[in-house]
Unconditional design. Structure first.
Length: 278
């Protein structure tokens, strides 16, 4: 950890890696989708609360541990988490690369509260190129590495290598929800690939009478894509990511459909629901 001079949060704006709070929340959600199982429930509570203290300057917080714990205790009616639990969360999260911890000191040299700088999500171990072969060759991403879309980083390094930071996702159809584009672009930056994933979402939703339920379509698509990403991050090869994604979609939409029938009284229980989910 490097030591820096303490001060008001506005003084640390230059440490932010995000251009908006929405972008920060998206990256944090992706971190959690892959690493939530590495934390206990109490540690997840601590991480999410710390993230809420990083809202004024997206992704940057210098809140004292005591302040964060007090907020948690108040929210959960005095049933918060311990200081040791919060410190374990810090060790795990920093070790996973979710954020970087900087020690700060006052003018007199005494130690002040730490500065927590949340990092952009990176796919540290991208799948091998042959794993990403799609059934439609026109939608194979030209790069398997993560998109580097950090404008501050580009300005600082003076980078002009646009091949390393493709912006093809900017040309995705406006009909595709932005939250889905924001998630998909980090793994499949090609616009045609993103559009193909969403096309399969529409088809799957239509087959299960959910094509008019826009909220459900977005929620199911995001959950299904995160499940695909977890599979890609594992050591199990996925020969056809879009086919795998579509399979997840069908199971989730079917479960939703049977649940709706159950709520309307058309069946005594969501038939086959237990078999529809992995």
């Amino acid at each position: 950890m490097m030591t820096i001079r303490s001060g008001v949060i506005e003084n640390f704006e230059g440490y932010s890696q995000f251009i908006s709070l929405e972008e920060f929340n998206t990256h944090l959600e992706m971190w959690l989708s892959l690493h939530k199982h590495d934390f206990t429930k109490g540690e997840v509570v601590g991480l999410k609360r710390l993230a809420r203290f990083a809202a004024k300057i997206p992704g940057v917080s210098n809140a004292k541990i005591g302040t964060v714990l007090k907020a948690i205790h108040e929210e959960y009616n005095e049933l918060g988490i311990s200081r040791s639990t919060f410190k374990r969360m810090i060790m795990k999260a920093s070790g996973l690369g979710i954020f970087t911890v900087h020690e700060t000191e006052r003018k007199n040299g005494s130690q002040s509260s730490n500065l927590y700088v949340f990092n952009r999500f990176h796919q540290n171990e991208p799948p091998k190129r042959e794993i990403l072969n799609h059934h439609n060759k026109t939608i194979i991403p030209s790069k398997t590495n993560i998109i580097k879309n950090n404008k501050r980083e580009d300005m600082a390094t003076g980078s002009t290598n646009f091949e390393e930071a493709p912006e093809d996702h900017l040309f995705v159809s406006d009909r595709i929800p932005k939250p889905f584009v924001q998630l998909a672009k980090y793994f499949f930056p090609d616009a045609k690939a993103i559009e193909e994933f969403w096309r399969m979402t529409i088809i799957s939703a239509y087959k299960n009478n959910q094509e008019t339920n826009q909220d459900a379509m977005l929620a199911v698509s995001l959950d299904s894509f995160k499940q695909l990403v977890r599979k890609l991050k594992s050591m199990v090869a996925v020969k056809n990511p879009i086919a795998y994604y579509t399979g997840i979609l069908n199971k989730k939409f079917q479960e939703l459909y049977f649940s709706q029938l159950f709520e309307m009284g058309f069946c005594t229980r969501p038939e086959n629901a237990d078999m529809l989910m992995e």
